[in-house]
Design a protein around this ligand. Structure first.
Ligand code: SF4
Length: 469
């Protein structure tokens, strides 16, 4: 019997979590680890390992083939370019304290797409081989460039078989014309609600009047279009943490049941005003408290609530092929299936890369709409887009679920060869996966209920979390 290599980590209660390269996992103890490490496994060990897909008799047998399939399914393979993030303007009518993007004042000329840039963008979109497209309008405040949005949407509807638009708007001032634009079935709204009205006012709207205006527009959007068309996310200042219960109360008050909790982003201009570089310890503690509040809420609530990114991590553990989030994939291939086009027509691999470049830290641009993508830049970045061969990740039991974020490493450290465990990315994800397994193995019925809901199971199945005695 051959055992696929197992990686391990001590977890709560002194037990040891084991995981293989295909993402199969189980819990055992130090005695099993001793037998495994010294090549003294017993027949009961082999039986357990074989039954649960961690061992095979010979290359090509069913156990071997199943393992290879699961391993391959955990790798992200980018498809054709079918997702574009467009920045038609940098102008904005708010000046949020943590704004990561390089916004300019609403009346500043020279920061919208020129008609020549618009034409070049449409020409670029026209040349895409894909038949379906997702377009995300970023800014600045994209609704300040409504005429450009209209032209892009009309063109895309004509050109592609299926197309969807997301407007990332601050919902601060919405004209009648903009409401009409947002009302179409293929057009969605993504906005920011910073925890609760007090925090939102402190970080974003500043005045009572603007706060009232924003929450009025949010209510109107939800009344008109409903939650399937409107999403909102909070940005949290680590030095001024809101009470988790107040976030849940605010979001559920608007019928929003998915909360994507994010700290102020270190990329871009936010770093000048906020302590956001080495905050993983404080952030992880806050996130854990937020999960506890969610679990408590879900125990009695008729409408369960999730923390979006934690659920993404959980689903990457319990099933393979879950690659829907650009921040956590392996390999995290850049510049292929999605791309950012800035206000001047420059291409970037991600929105964060746009910020890093704008700060002058490192140029991560990769061509522009007039001359096309710069393949050599994309290829250079993608050489480092894997965690499979990373000298630290190869020893980590979370490798199969985890990913790589080159732009975050470059932004924080100016390099990508910092030992993993010292990076914010690794510290946050080690905590997240520790938490996933803590809750998966929890005896607490409240935790089990939330885990089942978040994982998409009709009810909690204790068999998911295997233990080898
Ligand atoms: S980044 Fe950290 S948590 Fe993720 S696989 Fe590498 S070592 Fe593990």
């Amino acid at each position: 019997m051959n055992v696929f290599p197992l990686k391990f980590r001590e977890v709560t209660g002194g037990s040891v979590l084991f995981a293989d390269d295909a993402g199969g996992f189980f819990k055992s103890d130090a005695d099993f680890l001793e037998r495994y490490a010294t090549d003294r496994l017993q027949s009961t060990d082999y039986r357990f390992l074989e039954r649960n897909g961690h061992a095979f008799s010979e290359v090509g047998d069913l156990a071997y083939t199943g393992f290879v399939y699961r391993w391959a399914n955990r790798l992200f393979q980018p498809g054709e370019l079918d997702y574009v993030i467009l920045v038609p303007t940098l102008r904005c009518n708010l000046n949020c304290s943590y704004c990561q993007v390089s916004r300019v004042n609403e009346g500043t000329p020279g920061f919208d797409w020129t008609s020549e840039t618009l034409e070049a963008v449409l020409g670029f979109l026209n040349g895409l081989p894909t038949k379906t497209l997702k377009v995300e309008f970023q800014g600045g405040e994209p609704l300040l460039a409504l005429n450009i949005l209209k032209e892009v949407r009309a063109f895309c509807r004509e050109r592609f078989d299926k197309v969807e638009f997301v407007v990332c708007t601050n919902l601060q001032r919405v004209t009648d014309d903009a409401w009409e634009f947002l009302s179409d079935d293929d057009t969605f709204i993504s906005t920011s609600v910073d925890a609760n009205p007090e925090t939102h006012q402190r970080q974003r709207t500043v005045s009572d009047e603007k706060t009232t205006e924003f929450f009025g527009n949010l209510r109107r959007a939800l009344d008109l279009f409903g939650t399937p068309k409107v999403s909102a996310l909070p940005t949290i200042d680590i030095c001024n943490l809101p009470d988790p219960a107040s976030i849940i109360e605010t979001f559920t008050g608007y019928g929003l049941n998915s909360i994507y909790l994010r700290p102020v982003n270190y990329q871009g201009f936010a770093r000048k005003r906020f302590e956001a570089k080495d905050v993983s310890v404080q952030w992880n503690a806050y996130h854990a408290a937020f999960l506890e509040a969610l679990i408590e809420h879900n125990w009695t609530a008729t409408e369960p609530v999730e923390e979006y990114y934690f659920v993404h991590c959980l689903r990457r553990v319990v099933r393979s092929g879950h690659h829907g989030h650009a921040d956590l994939r392996n390999p995290n291939i850049l510049g292929r299936s999605y791309i950012v086009i800035d206000h001047d027509g420059t291409f970037y691999p991600t929105d964060e890369a746009r910020m890093v470049t704008r700060l002058g830290q490192i140029d991560l641009s990769m061509g522009n709409v007039r001359t096309g993508p710069e393949e050599s830049v994309i290829a250079t970045l993608n050489e480092e887009a894997f965690n499979n061969f990373h000298p630290d990740c190869v020893h980590c039991p979370y490798q199969a679920y985890c990913g790589v974020d080159l732009v975050d490493d470059l932004s924080r450290y100016g390099r990508i060869d910092v030992p993993k465990h010292l990076t914010d990315f690794c510290q946050r994800h080690t905590y997240l996966f520790d938490k996933v397994f803590e809750l998966l193995y929890s005896d607490d019925p409240k935790a089990q209920k939330s885990i089942a809901l978040w994982a998409g199971m009709p009810q909690f199945d204790p068999g998911v979390a295997k233990v080898h005695p």
